[in-house]
Design a protein around this ligand. Structure first.
Ligand SMILES: Nc1ncnc2c1ncn2[C@@H]1O[C@H](COP(=O)(O)OP(=O)(O)O)[C@@H](O)[C@H]1O
Ligand SMILES: O=C(O)C1=C[C@@H](OP(=O)(O)O)[C@@H](O)[C@H](O)C1
Length: 304
């Protein structure tokens, strides 16, 4: 819907803030509504409070939102991502149930590097009003602020894995947390003993999509992806593929699985790379609820 609208709109190349009325510290609504059949389109731009424009030709990103038949545009943002009206409805209708079924249990996100554990985890923590923790950050704190890459380089992978187990042990006695684990946390069986205190979700993302995302941000912070030859994408793809072969069964220990290929197929053969973190978080919420409902109270009693 947004694409259709964007294609059909004609923006003036430059707009004047005086004429359109910039609001300090708020967003600027260029038009109250532009009608195209029954589609209402709102365009807004973020304006920096109180700052005079440096030049007449200032670039500012535009936000486009659409509504159909005058139903309200979703203004909800979760984890920094804009939520569509459909998604807003799903989140609103299910978040209480989600929280109730979890009953304070922690969520552990597992999956390969770049699978979105941090991104999706932050969204789930906002929906649940849980705190969010990233295991890599906690390990870095324990080691006096050294980066994961430096820990691997100077202390070795074994040292890092011991710290990872220690962090998971500490987290396992806590409640109401969403935890993004490191991609390799699944390889030690003892870590599963800790993660099974809560509910684990495997973000199952095709390696090509992982390599695409990771190449976009670089591999500096991910030491296990170094030492390959070829261009950045090919190196990353090759290393991720062999890691996934080694770890596939370990990821499958998770209580809920969120397959991006399945979501894309359900949405009518969408490209996996086009799935937004919100869409993926919603699927995660549904998979967790379905797991917890299938276990009834039994899982709760056995796991706490
Ligand atoms: N659904 C998504 N669509 C596009 N990019 C994503 C998506 N999820 C995550 N990313 C991007 O991929 C990269 C890795 O995501 P991140 O959440 O850090 O993964 P992980 O914690 O599993 O290593 C980040 O740059 C993030 O912005
Ligand atoms: O897959 C792995 O073994 C690792 C994944 C990394 O975390 P992310 O999955 O958050 O990148 C980090 O823990 C470390 O580089 C090892």
């Amino acid at each position: 819907m947004e694409i259709v609208a964007a294609r059909s709109l004609q923006f003036p190349t430059f707009v004047s803030s005086e004429r359109l009325g910039a609001k300090h510290g708020g967003s600027l609504k260029l038009c109250p509504g532009i009608r195209e059949k029954r589609l209402q389109v709102f365009v807004s731009a973020n304006w920096q409070s109180g700052k005079p424009l440096q030049s007449r030709r200032t670039r500012t990103p535009l936000k486009l939102a659409c509504s159909c038949n005058n139903s309200p545009v979703s203004t909800l943002e979760v984890g920094g991502f804009q939520v569509s009206s459909d998604e807003e409805l799903i989140i609103k209708n299910n978040s209480q149930d989600f929280e109730k079924h979890l009953n304070g249990r922690c969520i552990y996100l597992v999956g390969m590097m770049g699978s979105g554990k941090t991104t999706v985890g932050k969204i789930l923590s906002e929906v649940l009003k849980y705190d969010f923790y990233d295991c890599d950050d906690l390990i870095e704190e324990e080691v006096g602020g050294a980066s994961v890459a430096d820990i691997f380089k100077h202390r070795g992978e074994g040292f890092f894995r011991d710290k990872e187990t220690g962090v998971l042990k500490k987290l396992s006695v806590m409640n109401r947390l969403v935890i993004a684990t490191g991609g390799g946390a699944v390889i030690r069986p003892i870590n599963w003993k800790y993660m099974h205190k809560g509910v684990s979700i495997w973000l199952d993302v095709p390696v090509e999509a992982l390599a695409h995302r990771i190449t976009a941000v670089g591999t500096d912070s991910r030491p296990l992806l170094h030492n390959e030859t070829g261009d950045a994408y090919t190196q990353t793809l090759r290393r991720l593929s062999s890691l996934l072969d080694e770890r596939f069964e370990a990821y499958a220990n998770a209580k809920a699985r969120v397959s991006l290929e399945n979501i894309a197929a359900k949405l009518g053969d969408r490209d996996v790379l086009d799935l937004s973190p919100i869409t993926i978080a919603i699927e995660a919420m549904m998979q967790v609820m379905s797991f917890l409902k299938s276990r009834g109270g039994h899982y709760a009693d056995a796991s706490r």
